[in-house]
Design a protein around this ligand. Structure first.
Ligand code: E4P
Length: 235
C-alpha cells in the first residue's frame, strides 16, 4: 500500500520528498485556497516543480460543482501544469459519471473522489476512473463501517481485474493507516502531521537509548581519535 501526502503546502511536500516516503500528492480546493488564494494554478506549478523529478502523481480537484464546467477546468489544469502525473479529481455523483467517462476518453487519469459508499466507488471505476477515493473519517462519522467498505471495494475491483486503485482519504489517526492496509487499500493519503507517527514509536526511542549507552567512537582506519581495544576495556 502506498502513502500519499494530502497537502498543498510547499514546505510539507518538500519535507516528504526529501524522505522519499510518499508516492504521490493529493490536493483539494480547501488546501489550495489556504496556500494559494486566487492563484491556484501558479501554486500548483510550484508543486509540480518539486515532484517532477520523482514523477509523483499529483491529484488536483476541479473547482466547480457544475459538471458542465468540469471538462473545461480539467483541460485548463492540464495545459497550465503540463505534467504527465496529473490526476484530476471529480467528486462522485450521477452527472459526474459522464464527466469521468469523458475525461477518461480525453486521456486524463481521473480520481472519482469523495466516495462515502462502496457503490459510488464501483460506479466511478466503471465510468473509467483510474482511482477512487473513499473518505474514511467522514464515513466513520456517520456510523459507516469504513474498513468494511474499503475491503468490499478493493475485493470487487480485484475480482473484476480492474486497474482502478482504491485510495483512502479523510484519515484522522495513525492507526487508520494500518486498518486501510489490512483492508486492501492501494493507497492512503494522509495529512503531513500524521507522517511522523507512521515511522516513529516510543519503544523505538527506548530501544535506541539502550543502544546509545554502548556507543563508542568508530575506529576508522587512520583516524587519530579511533579508540584502541585497550582504551575501550578501560572504560
Ligand atoms: C480529501 O481531500 C481530504 O482528505 C478530506 O477532505 C479530509 O477529510 P477530513 O476533513 O474528514 O479529515
Amino acid at each position: 500500500m502506498k502513502v500519499f501526502l494530502d497537502s498543498a503546502r510547499l514546505s510539507e511536500i518538500e519535507a516528504a520528498i526529501e524522505r522519499r516516503c510518499v508516492a504521490g500528492v493529493t490536493t483539494n480546493p480547501t488546501f489550495l485556497l489556504e496556500e494559494a488564494g486566487a492563484r491556484p494554478l501558479a501554486h500548483l506549478r510550484r508543486v509540480v516543480g518539486l515532484i517532477r523529478p520523482q514523477r509523483l502523481p499529483l491529484n488536483v480537484q476541479v473547482m466547480t460543482i457544475a459538471p458542465a464546467e468540469m471538462i473545461g477546468q480539467a483541460e485548463a489544469i492540464r495545459e497550465a501544469l503540463d505534467y504527465a502525473g496529473l490526476v484530476v479529481k471529480v467528486p462522485c455523483g450521477w452527472n459526474e459519471l459522464a464527466v469521468i467517462a469523458d475525461l477518461e476518453s480525453r486521456g486524463f487519469a481521473v480520481n472519482g473522489t469523495a466516495c462515502m459508499s462502496a457503490t459510488q466507488a464501483l460506479m466511478a471505476a466503471a465510468a473509467g476512473a483510474r482511482y477512487v477515493t473513499l473518505f474514511y473519517g467522514k464515513m466513520s462519522d456517520t456510523g459507516i463501517d469504513a474498513g468494511a467498505v474499503i475491503e468490499d471495494v478493493a475485493q470487487a475491483l480485484a475480482d473484476a481485474g480492474d486497474r482502478c486503485d482504491v485510495v483512502v482519504a479523510s484519515i484522522r489517526r495513525t492507526y487508520d493507516v494500518h486498518e486501510c492496509l489490512r483492508r486492501g487499500a492501494d493507497a492512503v493519503t494522509v495529512a503531513y502531521r500524521l507522517l511522523p507517527g507512521l515511522c516513529e514509536h516510543p519503544k523505538t526511542v527506548e530501544a535506541v537509548r539502550g543502544f546509545a549507552e554502548s556507543f563508542v567512537p568508530l575506529d576508522v582506519v587512520g583516524h587519530s581519535s579511533a579508540p584502541r581495544p585497550a582504551d575501550l576495556l578501560q572504560v
